[in-house]
Structure formats: structure tokens, C-alpha cells
Design a protein around this ligand. Sequence first.
Ligand SMILES: NC(=O)c1ccc[n+]([C@@H]2O[C@H](COP(=O)([O-])OP(=O)(O)OC[C@H]3O[C@@H](n4cnc5c(N)ncnc54)[C@H](OP(=O)(O)O)[C@@H]3O)[C@@H](O)[C@H]2O)c1
Length: 305
Amino acid sequence: MVVDVPSIKLSNGQDMPILGLGTYARKPEPGQVLNSVRWAIDAGYRHIDTATVYKNEAEVGEAISEKIDQGVVKREQLFVTTKLWNDKHARSDVLPTLKESLAKLRLDYVDLYLVHWPVSVNDKGEDLAIDHLDTWKGMEEVLALGLTKAIGVSNFNEEQLERLLKEATVKPVVNQVEINPTLTQHKLVRFCQERSVVPVAYTPLGLVSDARPEFAGLDVIKTDPKLGGLADKYGKTRAQVALRYLTQRNIPVLPKSFTKSRIEQNIDIFDFTLTDDEMALVDGYNIDHRCVPSKAFAHLKNYPF
Ligand SMILES: NC(=O)c1ccc[n+]([C@@H]2O[C@H](COP(=O)([O-])OP(=O)(O)OC[C@H]3O[C@@H](n4cnc5c(N)ncnc54)[C@H](OP(=O)(O)O)[C@@H]3O)[C@@H](O)[C@H]2O)c1
């Protein structure tokens, strides 16, 4: 079964499929990303999220070109995002860095290029604290060259985003941040949506995923019979309810899986609708818990949290 995924309009008029495949893993086996992107495209995913720092752009690119060659998908039907890492925030680094990503991805352009974090460091780990407005000039340049269709940010807090929105010539179309049932982010989501910046949810399964043993002890959401009952009512899993909850808030989601059955499960969320009471139930799991606090950046001037 190939699922047709609805899209959300970005402020530049582009359509972003509201569900995309996340591709990050700390130590993937060779071929895992390649296979997951193949399975995802076969299942109907048209949106893929990668980043330079994931070191998987070559596998993502191989899967995409294979699926294009097989006639499964056309380039213009895909929405591919990649991200600028923290050691390349100098304005003059943006163009060569994106060109390297494009070569690995085997693409002429990406659909969205993001500043991955608001922090900037050199290869010794020293804080460069490069002004976001300088980096953004580089982002506007690659946009003007047609190497990306849109530019945006990730992990920016309200203050950082507000400053950029005020000063930038081209506004960021998205802010990709962690959002899930245990980190509902209502305030930041409202802030973004009121300014026509689409908040995109990374780590959308958060503590719902049973594949994250590191969070044992914070797992009421995995055991609470109320959520189990809700999933059973619709013949879905807890993970599917979490993804549905986010997309019903008009938040695009990027679940990652290397498991074929889960890749297929995670896209199968568009044939049921949670009621207002059920949305409130999922909201009630919020504990403002960050799965991705990135404490390694906590000493840097522009650390966002
Ligand atoms: N911008 C940023 O700074 C940033 C930060 C973090 C993540 N991201 C992006 O967001 C994507 C998703 O975030 P994430 O990878 O941290 O977390 P996630 O997608 O919320 O969770 C991934 C975990 O959930 C498991 N899983 C997937 N589907 C499942 C299901 N239906 N039932 C139970 N478990 C399931 C996966 O296991 P298996 O793979 O074993 O199936 C994996 O261990 C990343 O891959 C990346 O593309 C961006």
C-alpha cells in the first residue's frame, strides 16, 4: 500500500509533506540508511530529513537516485532537507558546504537547507559565536543561486528567531525543533505559527518509542492504559497516535526508523482523527522533557535552551 501524505504550505508557497523520514543514528550499520530510504519511498514517503553531521547523505542520495531511475518517483515529487553544521557558520563557508552535500546527495538542489543549531564552534570545540545574521547572508546566497528552494533554522529559541525575522531579507520558512507528547512545546509552536514559520517536529516519538531503553523510568506514556485504550480504539499503536497528535496540530513530523514494518506503520496515520478530548489526553503527557538537550553545547554563548 502506498500512502498519500498531505502537505503543509510554507511561507514561500512551497508544499512540504507533513510526514518525512528521519535518518539520524549514532552508529548506523552501512546500508541501514540506504535501505530505510528505499523502503520509505516505496511506502509513499516523499520527504527525507538528513544533515551533513549525520554522515549519511551519500546513502540517502544513492537510494533517491535508485528510486528515480526505477521510475518509482520523480525528483520534483521529493522534498529533501539537509543542514549546515556548527563549524560552517562563516558566511563564506555556506556555499561550498552545501555544494559538498549536493554532490553526496547526487542532487542539483535541496528543497530545504537549515542552520542546524544556533551555536557555532571551530574544530577545537571553541565558541565562535558567529552572528546568525552573517550565517543567514550565506543562506540567502545559496537560495538565490537555486541550490536550495527554501532556507530555515533548527533549534532556535524565540529570541533568536525573532531577531532573525526582524533583520533577514528572506524569512526562515521553518524552525525544526524537538516536539512530542512529553515535550509539547505549545508556547514555541504558537510563537512560530503566529509568525508564519512552520514548526517541524524532530524526535516526534520521544518517550513513546519502546526502542529507547535509555529513557526507562520516564516511560509512563508507554504503559498508561488510557493511551493504550486510545490506540486500540483506532486499531493503531501508541507511536501512531503520537504522530497523529502532532500532525493534527499542523506540525510536520520526522519519525526515524531503520525497521521496514515501522517505516510503513509510521506513515499509516492519515485514516483516523483524534477528538478534542483525545488531543487533550495526549497533551496531558507533557513533562517538558528534552530527549535532545545537547548538553555538549551548554557552555556556548548561543546555546538555545
Ligand atoms: N534538527 C535537529 O537537531 C535534530 C535532532 C534530532 C533528530 N532530528 C531529526 O529527526 C529525526 C527523528 O528523531 P529521532 O531519530 O531522534 O527520534 P524518533 O524518530 O522520535 O525515534 C526514533 C526511535 O524510535 C524507534 N521507532 C520508530 N518507529 C517506531 C514505532 N512505530 N514504534 C516504536 N518505536 C519506533 C526507532 O527504532 P528503529 O529505528 O530501530 O525502528 C528509533 O529508535 C532524526 O532521525 C533526524 O532526522 C533532528
